[in-house]
Design a protein around this ligand. Structure first.
Ligand SMILES: Nc1ncnc2c1ncn2[C@@H]1O[C@H](COP(=O)(O)OP(=O)(O)O)[C@@H](O)[C@H]1O
Ligand SMILES: [Mg+2]
Length: 279
């Protein structure tokens, strides 16, 4: 059971990344949930063609008697489960953060992968859920500006979010999004992030007009057009995340000696039911 929080500045591509990473993990066979943690301007559900859902994270927060599953929508084509937000202003006022954490804690236990989309910048809305996650993915957008300005921008932006994540014990990675032909040299930026800022870069996604096109259509790009350039990059990012998160487990399971050891250990430690008392 793993939860990933997606952070970054406004417009960097957090919501798009949440939808597409969700689609990637679901396609890989993981039971996957995406949660719209942008409580003020929720947009995640649009990526799955869900508009104005009657039951949502806000109604759950406001109605403690409601069952959490009532606000979860299943996207049949991708297999992703979606917990959307409400865009009505009335629903946004007076939200109890503790209740939000309780809801996320309860619902995530039924999923192998939970991805939480965040509001802009320091995610005050969802900070209470940081304690429930293990990974943080910071999405950055590289602007067309001189490289030293890029370095300063990255340091300023990524360092803050990285420190925040680390304060909660999260493993932190970065995705560079909207890379254009005219963007500053990406290798240089990757080097800077890994060597100086000390965060791994888990994905580089090109600017691709198909991204907004898919969203307007109400689909994650991976489902709308799996051959689009950005789709390939989303998949590659998913693969890197998959290996990062589950690689260790798979390697351990895959090692025959380790498997034998685990099997013996579970035999020895299994609770025995006295004869005649099996049930
Ligand atoms: N790789 C990309 N190529 C082109 N447009 C993109 C890309 N990623 C995101 N966008 C567009 O940028 C805008 C902001 O993306 P969004 O995911 O909503 O950002 P955030 O959630 O960080 O505010 C949207 O219009 C989206 O379609
Ligand atoms: Mg967003």
């Amino acid at each position: 059971m793993v939860s990933i929080i997606i952070t970054g500045r406004g417009g960097a591509g957090k919501t798009t990344m949440t939808a597409n990473l969700g689609a990637y993990f679901a396609k890989k066979g993981y039971r996957t949930l995406v949660i719209d943690g942008d409580l003020y301007l929720p947009k995640l559900a649009f990526h799955f063609g869900i508009y104005n859902p009657a039951y949502n994270l806000h109604t759950l927060i406001k109605n403690p008697d409601m069952r959490v599953v009532e606000a979860v929508y299943h996207d049949v084509k991708t297999g992703v489960d979606v917990l959307p937000g409400s865009s009505r202003l009335y629903d946004v006022l007076d939200l109890d953060q503790k209740r939000l954490r309780g809801i996320v804690r309860e619902i995530q236990s039924g999923y192998r992968v939970t991805i939480i989309d965040s509001p802009v910048g320091i995610p005050f809305d969802t900070i209470s859920t940081f304690r429930l996650a293990q990974y943080q993915l910071i999405v950055i957008e590289i602007e067309r500006c001189p490289i030293h300005t890029v370095h300063r921008m990255i340091e300023n932006e990524v360092m803050k979010l990285k420190s925040l994540g680390e304060a909660y014990g999260l493993k932190v990675g970065v995705v560079i999004n909207k890379v254009r032909e005219s963007s500053p040299n990406v290798d240089d930026i990757v080097d800077f992030l890994e060597a100086t800022v000390d965060v791994p870069v888990v994905g580089v996604v090109p600017f691709d007009d198909k991204v907004p096109e898919a969203t307007n259509y109400g689909r994650p790009l991976l489902d709308y057009d799996s051959r689009a350039r950005a789709s390939k990059a989303f998949s590659e990012t998913g693969e890197v995340m998959n290996e990062w998160i589950f690689g260790e487990v798979r390697r351990e399971r895959g090692n025959p000696l380790r498997r034998l050891y685990n099997a013996l250990l579970s035999l020895l430690t299994r609770r025995r039911v006295p004869a005649g008392k099996e049930f």
